[in-house]
Ligand binder design. Structure first.
Ligand code: DX5
Ligand code: ZN
Length: 232
């Protein structure tokens, strides 16, 4: 427990952005103080939806100086990694459930000079990442079943976050915890940070018709101000 609140990183998910003016929306998020840009690649196989691939990822990378937090919801991502992993600033996240040889995939991403993360679905236990934990920069705990924006936060993910946070602290690993899905400027964000999350992904909470991106970012930032990861 610390007395000064650590900086919580906010990663707006462009899945909820207006794709007719994607570059502007990314620029708005950066101007509003986003720390990372969360980019959801979906293949229609690992998840039911198809979002976009390499060409659009390249366009997003060109529209910002922020690191991309690249969330690959694709089956056997090894096939697509060479085209998707280009910026050494990228943080590349693959799903444990989608990789037959997770250790090899993690190693490949590290060899490209990128930060590497592994995502786990709500029904996937912490043990799915334990053996590769020392190699990781990020573990992404999904707080919805992946595939769609605008779903409700699944509270049972908080227990998993706490267990991971404890394992990481006990072993002195340098791994950040990230949450994705249903995170808003309310208890979902506060409780996630309290349970150990240092990176919050937010799609519809940032890109919506009710607020500007700047207003939405400020509200989310305000909600977690003073809360340090793992402080609950
Ligand atoms: C869901 C995606 C999320 C999505 C989150 O499968 O991985 O990143 O954009 O959207 P919200 O914040 O609206 O739940
Ligand atoms: Zn995502």
């Amino acid at each position: 427990m610390t007395s000064t609140a650590a900086h919580v990183q906010i990663a707006p998910s462009v899945l909820a952005a207006d794709f007719g003016r994607l570059a502007q929306q990314v620029a708005d998020a950066e101007a509003a103080g986003a720390d990372l840009i969360h980019v959801d690649v979906m293949d229609g196989r690992f998840v039911p939806n198809i979002s976009f691939g390499e060409v659009v990822v390249d366009a997003i990378r060109s529209a910002t100086s922020l690191p991309l937090n690249l969330h690959l919801m694709v089956h056997e991502p090894d096939r697509l990694l060479p085209g998707l992993v280009k910026g050494i600033n990228d943080q590349v996240l693959v799903h444990a459930e989608a990789c037959a040889h997770l250790h090899r995939t993690v190693g490949y991403i590290k060899e490209q000079g990128c930060q590497v993360g592994v995502a786990i679905n709500p029904a996937t236990p912490v043990s799915a990442v334990e053996e590769v934990l020392p190699d990781l920069d990020i573990v992404l705990v999904m707080t919805v079943n992946p595939g769609f924006g605008g779903q409700s936060f699944i509270p049972s993910a908080l227990g998993k976050l706490r267990r991971l946070y404890r394992t990481i602290s006990d072993n002195g690993y340098e791994v950040q915890l990230e949450v994705d899905g249903g995170v808003k400027a309310d208890n979902t964000a506060r409780d996630s940070v309290g349970a150990g999350a240092g990176i919050l992904v937010a799609g519809t909470a940032i890109f919506n018709r009710e607020q500007s991106v700047a207003e939405a970012m400020a509200a989310l930032r305000d909600t977690v101000s003073g809360v340090s990861p793992g402080n609950d």
